[in-house]
Ligand binder design. Structure first.
Ligand code: IMP
Length: 435
């Protein structure tokens, strides 16, 4: 029986972990956010309301659950306070029965945010950081010159006063919950390929968002974890800089597109309908940029934190197998399968070609990865709208075959498939590795 479950991102982030955690929360007593800061963004849709969180764990909208922000995170006090206030305005009461924060998490200070500004700092620009001060805050932590949040709340600012009652020794609390047979979810932020040790360095974040970092970031030992589940989109996206073997179109083409808000405005117009129809036609030729844009538009691939259009590409098996290895995945969750509709053909990258050689292990050398060309296996796609499918059997045959192929090539079972943002658009295929 699974009582402790780690959920990690298997790609470059934005895989839809928030929705999966939200779905699994029904059976959990507590959820722990272990790494990163407000560079992350979770969108959770409950009934008709959309909530966007950067720091607060996705279980906050559930009654009677404990949400924990643990020691591995970096906290911008103003951002955390404003998330708490938003929730309070929506009618939630936030006390230490619902939300607690580790006294040893580190504080993102004004100087960290000033330093990590992509418009003035060439390094932040090159990496494409979210500009939230994450790297500088972790630098100070590792350099032993940071300010822990337990220390910050001794101050007299409004945010210090607001956060103080929520500050606890979370490692002791989490281990106590586990020892008492409670069910605990560990929520990864960012993703494996953004891991400072295991990701595409230097184009990574400044923490360890993979399973190992979740243990250190919460103070829980490996023998206490029952299952590790990796979340993957049915395709792949990346924001910020860095190599991306299966990218469709170029980073420059993506950057030159309209912003999320401009697209939203356009969405209901006739012009948009026409553009969308011709985009589907172009995406079904060998126009890779059109394929990438169709994924972006159908998947609404714009950053929750930055609004930036995300770079899009076909599912990368080489990278997924690497993520399965690094995290010791028990199963994978495939999200946004509905976004692959309207493609006559869908592709899986089964190997890379680097300097004329076929490579099946994910290269750790960034220069090698930058040269990697995808070797694809194509499969027939589907036109059907699958957003109301309630079971594997209700999916079109070609979508079923796509999922079976993913399992076969990655060598791990698929536990959940998601076909839309709402809670009831979640199909459980195999619950053995889940709560
Ligand atoms: P930082 O974490 O703001 O320092 O950004 C470092 C890299 O990680 C950049 O490429 C960001 O776009 C990426 N990144 C950080 N957080 C997220 C996330 O939640 N989703 C996707 N990419 C992220």
């Amino acid at each position: 029986m699974v009582r402790t479950l780690i959920i990690v991102g298997g790609q470059w982030g934005d895989e839809g972990k928030g929705k999966i955690i939200d779905a699994l929360m029904e059976k959990a007593d507590a959820v722990v956010r272990c790494t990163g800061g407000n560079n992350a963004g979770h969108t959770v849709v409950v009934d008709d309301t959309t909530y966007k969180f950067h720091l607060i764990p996705s279980g906050i909208t559930h009654e009677g659950k404990l949400n924990i922000i643990s020691n591995g995170t970096v906290i911008d006090p103003d951002v955390l306070c404003s998330e708490i206030e938003t929730l309070e305005k929506s009618g939630f009461t936030i006390t230490d029965e619902k939300l607690i924060i580790s006294s040893t998490a580190h504080t993102i200070l004004e100087k960290h945010k000033k330093e990590d500004n992509p418009t003035t700092n060439a390094h932040s620009k090159k990496i494409g950081t979210t500009g939230r001060g994450i790297g500088p805050a972790y630098c100070d932590k590792i350099n032993r010159s940071g300010v822990r949040i337990g220390e910050f709340v001794q101050g007299s600012s409004d945010s210090a006063k607001k956060l103080k009652p929520l500050i606890k020794d979370t490692a002791t609390i989490v281990n106590g919950l586990i020892d008492n047979g409670k069910t605990v979810l560990f929520e990864g932020a960012q993703a494996t390929l953004l891991d400072i040790d295991h990701g595409t360095y230097p184009y990574v974040t400044s923490s360890n968002p993979s399973a190992g970092g979740i243990l250190t970031g919460s103070g829980v030992g490996p023998t206490k974890i029952d299952s590790v589940v990796g979340v993957f989109k049915a395709y792949i996206t990346r924001v910020g800089g860095g190599p991306f073997a299966t990218e469709l179109g170029t980073d420059e083409q993506t950057k030159s597109e309209e912003s999320a808000s401009q697209l939203k405005e356009k969405r209901s117009s006739e012009e948009y309908e026409k553009e969308f129809t011709s985009l589907i036609a172009a995406a079904n030729t060998d126009d890779e940029y059109a394929q990438g844009r169709l994924l972006r538009m159908q998947g609404y691939e714009y950053g929750t934190t930055t609004n930036r259009p995300r770079r899009t590409g076909w599912f990368d098996i080489v990278a997924a197998k690497y993520a399965a290895m690094i995290n010791g995945l028990s199963s994978m969750v495939i999200t946004k399968l509905d976004v692959l509709s309207n493609f006559k053909e869908v592709k899986l990258c089964v190997a890379y070609e680097i300097d004329g050689k076929k490579v099946t292990d994910f290269p750790l050398d960034i220069a090698q990865l930058e040269k990697a060309k995808p070797i694809y296996e194509s499969m027939p796609g589907w036109d059907d709208d699958i957003t109301s499918a309630k079971s594997f059997a209700e999916l079109p045959k070609n979508a079923q075959n796509y999922l079976k192929k993913l399992e076969e090539l990655c060598g791990i079972p698929i536990s959940i498939v998601s076909v839309g943002p709402a809670r009831d658009q979640t199909i459980v295929l195999d619950g053995k590795t889940l709560l």
